[in-house]
Design a protein around this ligand. Structure first.
Ligand code: AMP
Ligand code: GLY
Length: 425
């Protein structure tokens, strides 16, 4: 099989790394890829947003299967473009990708189907949104309807923060057209987890549950980021809760889509709050999580063929997918991220870190400049590690991080603290 991976981050590097181990894969391409991916695949300079050029390339190279990392091309209809030309691709069509592309659509679908999620109202008129805030009171959550690269949700503990969020999204348009419609919803409390399922219509194979760390700084302080680290499995989630997630959230969402004529295939990755009233959906995504994927790929059993898992998940439904033990990922970020940061800074120590056992360093935002690896993004590298225990996996990831250096580099020191606490009690 000739396989193409679309995207340029650590999630795509991790998927590619696992695909490269497949006996069924003969040749790999990445578009546009990154310097880390270039060691495993041929990188082609086509952006993830260039739908027709991607399809032209897949046709010309007789690509047998295309795997899409980021949500933007899915929301833009990449799968529809490929399918119209008979090109096999993994992911939902545009109609299904609306689950991530429009929070208002997702909320209405869930409410109509009785899927547990925070109560919400959506608004097109800023005055009406502001009036609703006064009525609702704080705490409250304000979200831009459209895709705002993970930064469009403001958890407001006081009303002034909420009012400011409405004004910034709807009037000042800081997220552009993504803020044309705003969703205002109840604030939920509990442990936040990630659920990932490989879906094919209404059937699905649930993958291991994960926990991300979205805030930039330790103790969940600082701004929301794309994700500073993740781990799996989750020792504090009971089998009963896991079943509730599968039945009340994954199966129910796929059924609700089906009832609207949408056969959803690809990844359904949901952010879920484990509340006193049970698991409730914060957000649905239609692609793999980043940095969750990096940990998941290290946790997959070595003989699990990722290509088969993506193409025919049901075929592997009865084999053990996950190694016993734990995997973690740790984001090494640029100084200042998620605010403004410098790029082009030399990266050292990668070779030493990569030599550690059970450690893989995936590239998130790097570039080659005159043969030297330099920083090129906010999230620069994603260190993933496996361990027989959670503590061992963390030790390995942090040991790798200590070997790597670039000016201003920062990372969280408290990844998986919630999991460690659960294991100690
Ligand atoms: P989202 O982009 O919807 O995933 O939201 C980003 C982050 O905001 C989530 O990961 C949560 O930590 C937080 N969040 C979103 N919705 C809520 C809510 N209703 N209650 C509490 N926190 C929330
Ligand atoms: N880890 C959060 C996300 O991928 O959306």
């Amino acid at each position: 099989m000739r396989v193409l991976v679309i995207g340029s981050g650590a999630r795509e590097h991790a998927l590619l790394w696992k695909l490269a181990q497949s006996r069924r894969v003969t040749r790999l391409w990445a578009a546009p890829g990154n310097p880390g991916m270039a060691a495993l695949a041929e990188c082609v300079p086509i952006g993830a947003h260039e739908l027709e050029r991607l399809a032209d390339f897949a046709e010309r190279e007789a690509i047998d299967f295309t795997v899409v990392g980021p949500e933007a091309p899915l929301i833009a209809g990449l799968v529809d473009v490929f399918e119209a030309r008979g090109l096999p691709i993994f992911g939902p069509r545009q109609a299904g990708a609306l689950l991530e592309g429009s929070k208002a659509f997702a909320k209405e679908l869930m409410e109509a189907a009785g899927i547990p999620t925070a109560q919400h109202r959506s608004f097109r008129d800023p005055a009406a949104a502001l009036a609703y805030l006064e009525e609702h009171g704080a705490p409250v959550v304000v979200k831009a309807d459209g895709n705002a690269a993970g930064k469009g949700a403001i958890v407001a503990l006081d009303l002034e923060t909420a009012r400011r969020a409405v004004r910034q999204m709807m009037v000042e348009r800081v997220f552009g057209s993504a803020g044309e419609v705003v969703v205002i919803e109840d604030y939920l409390q509990g442990d936040e987890i990630g659920s990932t399922a490989l879906c094919n219509g209404t059937s699905f194979v649930p993958l291991v549950l994960t926990q991300d760390h979205k805030r930039a700084l330790d103790n969940d302080e600082g701004l929301n980021t794309g994700g500073m680290g993740a781990y799996a499995p989750l020792p504090f989630v009971s089998a009963e809760t896991e079943r509730a997630v599968q039945e009340r959230i994954i199966a129910a969402t796929l059924r609700a889509l089906q009832e609207r004529g949408i056969a959803f295939s690809g990844v359904l990755y949901s952010n879920i709050m484990l509340t006193e009233r049970g698991p409730m959906v914060l957000e649905h995504n239609v692609r793999f999580g980043d940095p969750e994927t990096q940990a998941m790929m290290l946790l997959l059993e070595s003989d699990v063929d990722l290509l088969t898992l993506l193409q025919e998940p049901q075929r592997l439904a009865s084999v053990p997918l996950w190694r016993p033990g734990y995997a973690v990922s740790l984001t090494l970020a640029s100084g200042g991220y998620p605010g403004s940061y410098r790029t082009g800074l030399p990266i050292q120590g990668l070779a030493e870190a990569s030599r550690l056992e059970q450690v893989q360093v995936f590239h998130a935002g790097t570039a080659l400049r005159d043969g030297e690896l330099v920083t090129a993004g906010g999230r620069v590298l994603s260190v993933a590690a496996y361990g027989a225990t959670l503590a061992e996996a963390l030790e390995r990831a942090y040991e790798a991080a200590r070997l790597i250096h670039f000016e201003g580099m920062h990372y969280r020191r408290d990844i998986a603290r919630r999991g460690l606490r659960a294991l100690q009690s």
